[in-house]
Design a protein around this ligand. Structure first.
Ligand code: NOJ
Length: 731
């Protein structure tokens, strides 16, 4: 077995655990000097989109010759540059989240940023920190990383750092409480302040902390007011409380007013008009509002300064390439893939989660015959990019649908990759690339091993796929996947189920069947699907991903469901594992769970630090009050690989707050580290807890407060596999 290799030497230099290292003060000095050279119409141009269907990109602003400022080009999206011809289609956010690997997530971001820059695109519209995942059925959860705010926060931070190190401006979206696709443009979200801070705002706060250049405000209302004209959302929370120094732009057509949006903190409108030419709120209208005094010229200057500062922060003012794509002429630009397929494969491989493995059926041994069953085993027979924005579930599922999709340069399909590998071993392969149960059973009947592929898809609401209007209507496998698995398992005692899905699916119909020897969650792997899967199935790499959400036994166990006109977030802090833990509901597979081809022992817990209790303090820095980011305790442990193969383990740190805090989930993720460990060796895992990680949001004082008393500390292999327990006592 090969040792677990990180994809590139480059990772060594990327290893820092913080966000983008940018100098806002310097950027503001330059921006302020540049502002002085701009005319009023330059300023209006810089903050206004030029209109839908105009310009080279999905979004474009005016330019300013006097300072060599280009027409800013903004383009989707979170897993690859959309509308570009020859980019890397990376694994989706949820797959990156499942790696729990900071360096790899950063490398993925860097690849995205480098390709964005190489195409002369200034702003890439990602990463996704919302939806967070209030609803398991939420159509766009897969674009983000996890429904745990801590894991999502770290992945958001690392992705932004990577994108901006690659030279592009990141745009974290969709801010905020845009948790479902249904009625997303009219939905009213109402949430209590504590839930807002501890769940939904958390990853955005980490984005600000990571020095993100821009934030996209969302379609929905917050407390009855549109997010993009909401003082609390933009001015108070993002700019004042979190100290955000970049600019806020609208989601496409999410603006509803000229004056209110300007005066509540919006800095840029996109795309500037709707497809029918309507929805023009800035441009000349903003000009009149400034002339008429309804919007102050200092507010306009502030918008422009923020936009310019982000441009300087990411050093786009010198040597940035000219925009090389053109949506109008359908020019997809040059090939900018570089060697990023290596990173794409590593993420697709290391995000795979092994859920079940009985009798050590995996890794595959030398076999005489293999059956591959299901339409997900092969590329879409109509063409890998034949459906608009991936709005179909045909052939192997590599990503969900909508603006978060990208053009596949190629796809390594499971059938191709496994067949190539089987050939080397002299094994025969029988393929039934259909979801019809009887056909699958007849293909599987005589094979040593049968691998059944099933899927579940979702996406953005402007496309409806097989009755799912963005959000999933249920959590079942698509195409009668359960029946397919059962039919195969009925005739083959060595059935392996591979799931490509946007999120959890219900698997009670087959998970306990004796013939179902293994279940592999292979997520949304992008272009390297088959190669990555083969790496794991054949044991070139021991599986090392862990679930970024819980897989419940029934949909109702999650305790939340898609809403119709208004979402009051009544479950509060209790989503996903927080809800299951509270209600003592046993899931099929819990958050943080994932098997390996080896075993790990946890020992030698050492906890140092006695934090002082009390509220946050200090000046506001990007991310919030400065004291929140001070290290207040350190937890270390030894993880020993007690098996026979090299493998990586994701050790997790869960915290329970003392009784003096208001009611809080029994344990919450507040640290993790992935370590590659040789067989028989031990390594030290180390978690540094920040004041914020031990605090709750006090809605009365409107501050983070570190409670007095004893905190429960668990170092764990999953949210329910607690290996070492200790305590921290605050003073
Ligand atoms: C709407 C989507 O919500 C957003 O994510 C995307 O960036 C824009 N459309 C532009 O395509």
């Amino acid at each position: 077995m090969r040792p677990l290799v990180l994809p590139l030497g480059l990772l060594v230099t990327l290893g820092a655990s913080q966000g983008f290292n940018g100098d806002w003060d310097l950027a503001y000095t330059k921006a302020t000097a540049a502002l002085a050279k701009l005319s009023q119409s330059d300023k209006i141009g810089l903050v206004s989109g030029i209109g839908w269907g105009k310009g080279k990109c999905s979004g474009n602003t005016g330019s300013a010759k006097s300072i060599n400022y280009p027409s800013l080009c903004l383009q989707d999206g979170p897993l690859g540059v959309r509308s570009a011809a020859s980019i890397t289609a990376f694994p989706a956010g949820i797959m990156a989240g499942a790696t729990w690997d900071r360096d790899l997530i950063r490398a993925r971001g860097r690849g995205l940023g480098e390709e964005t820059k190489a195409l002369g695109i200034h702003v890439i519209l990602g990463p996704v920190a919302g939806p967070l995942g209030q609803f398991a059925q939420g159509g766009r959860n897969w674009e983000g990383f996890s429904n745990d705010p801590y894991l999502a926060g770290v992945a958001t931070e690392q992705t932004i750092a990577g994108i901006q190190e690659g030279g592009a401006q990141a745009c974290v979206k969709h801010y905020i409480l845009n948790e479902q696709e249904k009625n997303r443009e009219t939905m009213n979200s109402v949430v209590n302040d504590r839930t807002l801070h501890e769940l939904y705002l958390w990853p955005f706060a980490e984005a600000v902390r990571a020095n993100v250049a821009s934030v996209m405000c969302s379609y929905n209302k917050f407390d009855g007011k549109w997010a993009c004209e909401n003082k609390r959302v933009m001015d108070e929370l993002l700019k004042k409380e979190l100290g955000f120094r970049g600019y806020i732009l609208t989601d496409w057509d999410a603006q509803h007013s000229t004056v209110d949006s300007a005066n509540t903190g919006l800095d840029m409108t996109m795309p500037g008009s709707a497809s029918d030419g309507g929805n023009v709120f800035w441009g000349s209208k903003l000009q009149s509002a400034v002339s008429g005094g309804q919007v102050s010229s200092s507010r306009l200057d502030d918008m422009v300064t923020r936009i310019l500062a982000s441009w300087y922060l990411t050093k786009q003012d010198s040597g940035y390439p000219a925009t090389a794509i053109d949506r109008q002429t359908k020019n997809g630009g040059p090939n900018v893939q570089g060697n990023h397929s290596t990173i794409a494969r590593a993420v697709a491989r290391d995000g795979i989660v092994l859920l079940k493995n009985t009798d050590g059926i995996l890794p595959l041994k030398k076999l005489k015959s293999i059956a591959l069953v299901g339409s997900d085993a092969v590329p879409n027979p109509k063409g890998i990019n034949s459906c608009q924005d991936m709005g179909c579930n045909q052939g192997t599922l590599t990503m969900g649908w909508g603006s978060g999709s990208a053009t596949l340069p190629y796809v390594s399909s499971p059938a191709d990759a496994i067949s190539a590998r089987a050939k080397k071993d002299g094994a025969s392969v029988t393929l039934s690339a259909s979801d019809t149960a009887s056909q699958g059973a007849s293909a599987a009947q005589k094979a040593d091993v049968a691998i059944v592929f099933i899927t579940a898809d979702s996406g953005e609401e402007y496309l409806t796929v097989e009755g799912h209007n963005g959000d999933r209507t249920n959590l079942n496998a698509w195409h009668n996947g359960e029946d397919l698995v059962k039919a195969v398992a009925n005739v083959n005692k060595n059935t392996i189920v591979v799931i490509h899905s946007v999120g959890p699916i219900l698997m009670e119909a087959f998970a306990d069947l004796d013939s179902v020897k293994a279940i592999v969650w292979a997520g949304l792997p992008g272009q390297e699907a088959g190669n990555a899967l083969t790496d794991v199935l054949y044991g070139d790499v021991s599986p090392n991903g862990k679930l970024p959400y819980s897989i419940a036994k029934k949909a109702g166990d999650y305790g939340t469901t898609i809403q119709s006109t208004s979402d009051n977030f009544g479950e509060g802090l209790y989503i996903d594992y927080r809800a299951l833990d509270k209600k003592s509901i046993v899931p099929r597979y819990e958050f943080g769970y994932g098997l390996s081809y080896t075993t790990f022992n946890y020992s030698n817990l050492v906890i140092t630090g006695s934090p002082t209790s009390g509220p946050e303090s200090g000046a506001t820095i990007p991310g919030g009050a400065s004291s929140l980011f001070e290290g207040v305790a350190t937890v270390t442990a030894t993880i020993t690989n007690s098996g026979t193969v090299t493998a990586a383990e994701v050790a997790q740190l869960y915290v329970g707050l003392p009784d003096s805090a208001p009611e809080t989930p029994v344990r919450q993720l507040r640290g993790f580290q992935k370590l590659s460990i040789n067989a028989g060796e031990g390594k030290t895992v180390s978690f540094s807890l920040r004041r914020k990680d031990l605090s709750y949001w006090d809605s009365t004082s409107k501050k983070w407060v570190l409670p007095k008393g004893t905190f429960a500390i668990d170092v764990a292999a999953s949210s329910r596999d607690l290996r070492l327990s200790g305590k921290i006592t605050s003073l």
